[in-house]
Design a protein around this ligand. Structure first.
Ligand SMILES: Nc1ncnc2c1ncn2[C@@H]1O[C@H](COP(=O)(O)OP(=O)(O)OP(=O)(O)O)[C@@H](O)[C@H]1O
Ligand SMILES: [Mg+2]
Length: 513
């Protein structure tokens, strides 16, 4: 009798159910896996054979038996080693060596030759999707049980090896479902490496940083070497509120799929801060490859993507950011299926004014040629720059500032203000929260929300008209200024956007070339 057990395949952050059917009949020794397996799945038969033998059964490779494993749906590519466990169990069922009811259970796990189970990636996505599809139990390697246990409503059974799994399934051994207590893993007082209070002077930069953090806006800092640009960027995580539980799950799913989840911590609570080097490739930044992996923009989801030394990045790499910045997600196309990874991040970037860094500095002479400066600055213009909301100059500090103490802007105080503004935004967009990717900040507003929440008075309309008609503000720029103005109003707790809020937003957006 052919057997059927269930497993799953990752599709972006989602998973699809895979049926593992196994037929074992008397005949010439043969083992075949069909249903678009990749090399790792094909090799599964060797691991499965050895693991079955180590667990006290006879390996199909040493008997006159024809084994056919079919992985359905047949047109979905099956990748990796997660099908080892369902294939082994499917074979033992089909060959009538063991007996259990496989309905409503999902099996995932790579087998070692001695029958041990090795941990897998993407467990949170698997568990969520399987629960949504009505499965009652997920059987997987013990190391992954804490992560699966985050989801209530489906039993997470962590097993150490194949023998233990069989004993459990046949009712000879009890294994309690793993229940992870979320409270144990939620961050309460994390240690940040840089506090905004350490950074002297630069009050206007800090103000812009606070606005960007409050509304999730994009920011570019330009200034001479050593002015504190990198330091300011590194302080951003310390002024951002911690992730809510729902956001934590979103971020954890991404890190789990990328294999970046720390072993002892199944839930990520701090907003991501990604700082890829300027030699990074397009695939590393945007995601893709085979099998598709989330890129830096997805790893920065709900957090910060920091591009230091912005003009040093390859032009194509920068251009590829245009669409995901606008859409908050990236779709990777494969032959038959497309995968969408979320990418709601704040883009924080920094640049020197010219290659030597002294352009515009009254005290130091710039040693660059005109063409060098032009080449360098070309990257700081055009469509990508149109997506930046706040442009700020970070000047060299004078001695008096460098030794003064700035108590007003320590991270704790700024974070409190940012949290307050973000709470206002969360409530404002509450109706979007049951959607797949909830809208949480002003930067994520689209035209209908801008129309609804960004009403401005006549005086404000006049000034915006002037800037748009003189070509200093594009249509996109116009909408972005309104969003930033909304955030500035929220920081003040003001329901209406006032003229002052709008003119401050405009000041950050319009820069002199
Ligand atoms: N405002 C500041 N307050 C305190 N220390 C500062 C400040 N600005 C710079 N520093 C000191 O200078 C060091 C260099 O700063 P940082 O790396 O942020 O400069 P940068 O603007 O990124 O320069 P570059 O353009 O060369 O990358 C910091 O590690 C810090 O010690
Ligand atoms: Mg720097």
């Amino acid at each position: 009798m052919p057997s059927k057990v269930f497993s799953a395949a990752l599709l972006g952050l989602d998973a699809q159910i895979v049926e593992v059917e196994v037929d074992a009949s008397y005949g010439l020794r043969h083992f075949e896996i069909v249903g678009l397996p990749d090399k790792a799945v094909e090799e599964s038969q060797e691991r499965v054979g050895a693991a079955i033998e180590s667990s006290g059964f006879q390996s199909p490779h040493h008997q006159p038996v024809r084994v056919l494993v079919s992985l359905a749906p047949a047109d979905l590519k099956k990748e990796g080693s997660i099908y080892d466990l369902p294939i082994a169990l499917g074979y033992l069922l089909a060959a009538e060596k063991i007996k259990f009811d496989p309905s409503n259970k999902i099996f995932l796990g790579e087998l070692a030759l001695d029958g041990r189970l090795r941990p897998i990636k993407g467990v949170l996505s698997f568990t969520t999707s399987c629960k949504e599809r009505g499965f009652k139990e997920i059987v997987l390697p013990k190391e992954n049980a804490a992560e699966a246990g985050l989801i209530k409503g489906i039993k997470a059974i962590g097993v150490e090896n194949l023998k233990e799994t069989i004993d459990y399934l046949e009712g000879k051994r009890e294994i309690l479902p793993h229940e992870t207590n979320v409270e144990d893993f939620l961050e309460t007082s994390p240690n940040y490496s840089v506090d905004l209070g350490y950074i002297k002077g630069q009050e206007s930069s800090k103000r812009a940083l606070e606005i960007a953090a409050a509304g999730g806006h994009n920011l570019l800092m330009v200034g001479p070497p050593g002015a504190g640009k990198t330091l300011l960027a590194k302080a951003i995580p310390s002024v951002l509120p911690l992730l809510s539980f729902e956001e934590s799950l979103e971020v954890t799913k991404i890190y789990s799929i990328a294999g970046l989840l720390p072993k002892e911590k199944p839930l990520i609570g701090i907003r991501p801060f990604r700082s890829p080097h300027h030699t990074s490739s397009e695939v590393a930044l945007i995601g893709g490859g085979n099998p598709p992996r989330p890129g830096e923009i997805t790893l920065a989801h709900r957090g910060v993507l920091f591009l230091d030394e912005f003009p040093e990045f390859h032009r194509d790499v920068l251009e590829s950011l245009r669409q995901p910045i606008e859409e908050g997600q990236i779709t990777v196309l494969r032959s038959k299926h497309s995968m969408t990874f979320p990418a709601h991040f704040m883009l924080i970037s920094s640049s020197n004014p010219c290659p030597c860094g002294n352009y515009g500095n009254p005290e130091k002479k710039c040693s660059c040629t005109n063409s060098q400066i032009q080449m360098y600055r070309r990257k700081l213009s055009g469509p990508l720059m149109d997506r930046i909301d706040l442009f700020i100059n970070v000047p060299q500090l004078k001695y008096e500032k460098l030794v003064a103490i700035d108590e007003e802007n320590c991270s704790l105080k700024v974070r409190k203000r940012v949290e307050m503004a973000r709470n206002i935004q969360r409530e404002r967009y509450a109706e979007s929260h049951n959607k797949l990717c909830a809208r949480l900040t002003n930067s994520e507003m689209e035209i209908p929300q801008i129309k609804k929440y960004c009403q401005i008075d006549l005086k404000s309309q006049d000034i915006l008209r002037k800037f748009v008609n003189s070509g200093k503000l594009s249509a996109r720029g116009y909408h972005r200024v309104l969003k930033v103005a909304r955030t500035i109003a929220d920081l003040e707790g003001s329901e209406n956007i006032l003229y002052d809020h709008l003119s401050e937003a405009l000041m950050y957006r319009v820069r002199e070339e």
